[in-house]
Design a protein around this ligand. Structure first.
Ligand SMILES: [Zn+2]
Length: 319
């Protein structure tokens, strides 16, 4: 009998052979790989949130809730690679705060990466003119030595008392960009085995507000209300918070220094009163802003002439 490989295979049916790979898109990697990556991302997010919760909890337990300092990071970029995994930094800033002291210190630098990846110039021009308006390389301003900047960031993040590197808190929608910018700068700095951790600031905001209300024995606002306070950017156009360059071109809302400082003020203005800390101008709020919760003494009532006539008339009628 002649060998009939195709017929024999057809008789066995198509179900006895398991696919060697997972399902795929028309092009691209197997879906199982994407699911796995998504699962890893979810797990990392969960672990990060757990770390934030634990650190706040610990500060409450050891009585240092109001004096614990947090580091905030903000950055601007010129361009991103076509794959979207590399971001070329344009400006970086760090700010440190605690509820007790308010905004303690800031660090800021414009970044001059000297070159842009080939082919990215148009996208970079559009992005920059719509946001921070910093001149593109080769005319970029600021520090050219990226390792020096990375060392400055590490020094800022370092807890002098313990020698540990504190996490950098950034806006949740900028997590990926911040990590990519730090990785880009670290690349130039060969000696470091330390990777700075980057955490979502919104979660810290939420957890700290919860703790502040518990300490102050206050009722807890809804999650939505806490979230809306975070996104209310009161000082986006406030003069005096941004770097000189952005102040001069009236683009302070996009300045990394202003963004970092504004994030600190969000915490201190919203939560310091919960734990009975008096708001100090320039520390808990910008120096020329009146505290929003300040009790204003009512002015003595002085009736206008018209009101005076009406009162007299009413009095005469009563008599
Ligand atoms: Zn700036």
């Amino acid at each position: 009998m002649a060998d009939k490989p195709y017929q024999n295979k057809a008789k066995r049916g198509k179900y006895d052979e398991k696919p060697k790979k997972g399902r795929t898109h028309l092009t691209g990697p197997p879906l199982t790989k994407e699911f796995k990556e998504q699962e890893d991302r979810n797990l990392l997010e969960l672990l990060t949130k757990r770390k934030i919760e634990n650190s706040v909890k610990l500060s409450v337990q050891n009585g240092s809730f109001d004096s614990t300092c947090y580091v905030v990071f903000a950055a601007n970029y010129f361009a991103k690679s076509i794959k979207g995994d590399v971001f070329i930094p344009a400006e970086i800033s760090l700010a440190e705060f605690s509820l007790k002291t308010g905004l303690l210190k800031t660090y800021h630098s414009l970044v001059n990466p000297k070159v842009l990846p080939y082919g990215n110039k148009y996208d970079a021009q559009v992005h920059c003119s719509n946001t921070h308006k910093l001149p593109l390389p080769p005319n970029a301003l600021g520090e050219e030595n990226l390792s020096k900047l990375y060392v400055a960031i590490m020094n800022f993040a370092k807890n002098e008392a313990t020698g540990e590197y504190r996490p950098l808190y950034v806006k949740e929608d900028s997590l990926y960009i911040a990590k990519a910018i730090l990785a880009y700068m670290k690349n130039d700095f060969n000696d470091s085995h330390i990777t700075l951790e980057v955490y979502p600031i919104q979660h810290l905001f939420h957890i700290m507000k919860e703790s502040a209300c518990k300490i102050g024995e206050l009722s807890l606002p809804s999650s939505l209300s806490i979230q809306s306070v975070f996104y209310r950017d009161n000082y986006a156009y406030h003069v005096g918070l941004s770097c000189e360059y952005h102040e001069n071109i009236d683009r302070s809302n996009y300045c990394a220094k202003s963004i970092a400082s504004r994030m600190c003020f969000k915490f201190t203005e919203y939560m310091a009163p919960d734990v009975a800390i008096k708001i100090i101008k320039g520390r808990h709020i910008p120096h020329d802003v009146a505290p929003s919760f300040e009790v204003i003494e009512p002015r003595p009532f002085k009736p206008t002439r018209k009101q005076d006539k009406i009162f007299k008339k009413e009095k005469d009628e009563e008599d």
